[in-house]
Design a protein around this ligand. Structure first.
Ligand SMILES: Cc1ncc(COP(=O)(O)O)c(C=O)c1O
Length: 438
């Protein structure tokens, strides 16, 4: 369906994370989407190479999600989540807990990844305060992305996400990132770099381990272009946290729900955090929703400190566990299981990574990193960071493919329903676009 953008000035909508002035001169609107394909406003077909923003692994407009949301909306369009509830949120929490490691049995619903991180930080604070600890420091990492709320920005290690916003949480200290410019084109976990985890030990020695509340990491740093943890790195973080009573938080907003080739990154890497954040694929991107899973240990401490009848965790959102989101989440969990999508993603990983790493010798490519069904293709900068990536993203769209670029790195993350022929189509369009860059 062609769509008349001329009938709208395009001025009123302030577009997030976008060069608004450039976009409005050259708008790229999607008017329909189904499975791995989308239709642009000129009627062109666009293959989705990033599963939206890594959130729609089961494909766009899945009929079972549409049906489930529609059915839930017949019963109620809203239920107040404080002091009352509805069955769908309990059912979804149970379903999500079943996917998680066995000691994660408590799920707090929010509406986005950013809210999930802020909620996780508050859970950490509530946990320590219940134990009578005065721990106020958080450890994060360079090149981290934890969303855009003040908590997430405070933990952010990406300069553009924080330089305009100087008023953030105090007492956040940064470990070094894990990308090594001398170790390019590493597929999966780098062999070298475990010693970078000792940055946490240095924080312990500099500030005192008893002042540190939590260490928060993305198991694979996503939004800075897929930085895999070196072998042994996450294990070492866990060990230092254990030795010092520090909570370990995994931000699994991208890595959760099968993206790395198993259910969660905690399963892929065999390291258990204390708190796990998730969002995106929880509803297949169809309705905004995030969640925070607390380990039994964290949950118990927070519950036990509260006086009988008191609210144990003084936190929540008007739309926490919204019925539409819960219905979408339940349908998504059912689809993952019925279509065996996590296995499909794992089975497709080698073919996908082989195809992406075939770009290794392309003159525009500086580095490639990948794992499971996600890969970052970093382009050589033209001297202005992000400019070549921005051009590539636009050119690629008009060549019929959507890829999310972050700086100069394109993050390719096919849907789990993608066939080999779709991967071939993506890589052909991606390469053609790189060939056209200068
Ligand atoms: C690791 C991580 N945390 C948090 C967020 C923020 O999620 P949202 O955009 O849903 O607020 C993102 C978004 O990409 C993310 O990748």
């Amino acid at each position: 369906m062609a769509y008349d953008v001329q009938s709208n000035s395009l001025e009123e909508f302030w577009i997030p994370f976008t060069d608004n002035r450039g976009f409005k001169k050259d708008p790229r609107l999607i008017t329909r989407a189904s499975g791995v394909y989308m239709t642009d406003h000129k009627g062109g077909t666009v293959i989705d190479g990033s599963s939206g923003l890594f959130c729609s692994p089961a494909g766009h407009s899945h009929p079972k999600i549409i049906e489930a949301v529609h059915a839930a909306m017949q019963d109620f369009t809203y239920v107040a989540p404080f002091g009352t509830g509805h069955p769908l949120s309990f059912a979804l929490a149970e379903r999500v807990a079943r996917l998680l490691p066995e000691d994660f049995n408590h799920i707090f619903f929010v509406n986005s990844g950013s809210e999930a991180i802020d909620t996780a930080l508050k859970m950490v604070m509530a946990y320590h305060s219940a134990r009578g600890n005065d721990r106020t420091r958080f450890v994060s990492r360079e090149r981290a992305y934890h969303g855009v709320n003040i908590g997430g920005v405070s933990l952010s290690g990406m300069v553009n996400n924080r330089k305009t916003f100087p008023s953030v949480m105090p007492n956040v200290v940064m470990m070094r990132h894990t990308w090594d410019e001398n170790e390019l084109f590493v597929r999966g976990q780098p062999e070298r770099g475990v010693e970078l985890a000792n940055d946490l030990q240095r924080m312990v020695e500099t500030y005192g381990g008893e002042t540190i509340a939590a260490c928060v990491v993305e198991p694979v740093a996503g939004s800075t272009g897929i930085l895999n943890p070196p072998k042994g790195y996450l294990e070492r973080l866990r060990q230092i946290c254990d030795e010092n009573g520090i909570l370990l938080v995994f931000d699994e907003v991208i890595t959760g729900f099968g993206r790395l080739g198993d259910k969660f990154a905690t399963d892929v890497f065999g390291v258990r955090p204390d708190i796990i954040t998730m969002a995106k694929a929880l509803t297949n991107g169809s309705i905004p929703m995030g969640a925070v899973a607390a380990s039994d240990k964290v949950h118990e401490v927070i519950m036990d400190q509260a006086a009988p009848g008191a609210i144990e965790f003084f936190h929540g959102y008007t739309y926490s566990g919204h019925p539409a989101a819960c219905a979408a989440g339940l349908a998504t969990m059912a689809i993952f299981e019925e279509e065996d999508l996590f296995k499909r993603a794992a089975d497709m990983s080698d073919y996908f990574l082989d195809s992406v790493f075939a770009l290794k010798d392309h003159p525009m490519v500086r580095d490639i990193r990948g794992i499971g069904l996600i890969a970052g293709v970093e382009l050589k900068s033209n001297g202005t960071p992000g400019q070549r990536g921005g051009t590539a993203q636009k050119d690629l769209f008009w060549n019929g493919m959507h890829v999310k670029f972050t700086g100069d790195t394109g993050i390719i993350a096919p849907m789990f329903i993608a066939e080999k022929s779709h991967i071939d189509e993506m890589m052909e369009k991606f390469k053609k676009t790189l060939d056209g860059l200068q």
